[in-house]
Design a protein around this ligand. Structure first.
Ligand code: SF4
Length: 204
């Protein structure tokens, strides 16, 4: 990897908040890397890059997106999932559970690790972009606790309140003790019919 690694930022979907958050630190980034994102210039995914950063979740019903993601993975040494959508599915996992309009097929959206190996993941909706700077510096130097931290997050499959519903409540394992409601830092849970339920407006 050269002094200024070539970094591809590829947006698979989501709300655009993630790629825009990276642009917030562009003045700092341009001194340490060459950034290729469709917000700054036309991008060619078949070019040689050192690092690819994926934002947004993967829609597993879109073969073109799945192929693009696999192609990017096969060409770079380092793949970063940036943001909760890309790293753990984020809010799109909630929306594809049904109950909303439109109703995509259950499990349509997945974290990108469902399709490809991810080296590092930065959760957050969107993440604090300074974390991105810290991770890129750590990758360049090959050291730093950030590397270990974000490599661990890349292996995590479940990190959000949606997953609490998925794993515990929907499978009937919840004993209605209310501990999740008491401990939720944003008071975003309520008990309905002895089941905890998310108050979406309070989640952020
Ligand atoms: Fe948007 Fe949040 Fe998903 Fe990023 S993680 S694309 S900010 S919804």
């Amino acid at each position: 990897m050269g002094e200024k690694p070539k970094i591809l930022v590829y947006d698979l979907g989501g709300c655009e908040g993630c790629p825009l958050s990276i642009l917030r630190v562009y003045p700092e980034l341009r001194n340490m890397a060459e950034l290729y994102t469709h917000h700054l210039r036309e991008i060619d995914i078949d070019m040689e890059y050192d690092i690819a950063v994926i934002t947004g979740p993967i829609c597993i019903n879109e073969p073109e997106d799945v192929n693009t993601l696999r192609r990017i993975r096969s060409k770079v040494n380092t793949l970063i999932a940036y943001g909760s959508c890309a790293s753990v599915g984020g809010i799109t996992l909630l929306f594809c559970r049904g109950g909303q309009e439109p109703r995509p097929e259950h499990r349509t959206f997945q974290p990108i690790s469902a399709i490809v190996n991810v080296d590092y993941a930065i959760p957050g909706c969107p993440p604090a972009p300074n974390l991105f700077i810290a991770l890129i510096n750590s990758i360049k130097s090959g050291r730093g606790h950030f590397l270990h931290l974000f490599a661990s997050v890349a292996k995590a499959k479940k990190l959000s309140g949606f997953d609490l519903l998925d794993t515990i409540v929907l499978t009937g394992l919840c004993i209605s003790c209310g501990a999740c409601i008491i401990s939720c830092p944003t008071n975003a849970l309520q008990m309905i019919d002895r089941n905890p339920d998310l108050i979406v407006e309070k989640m952020y």
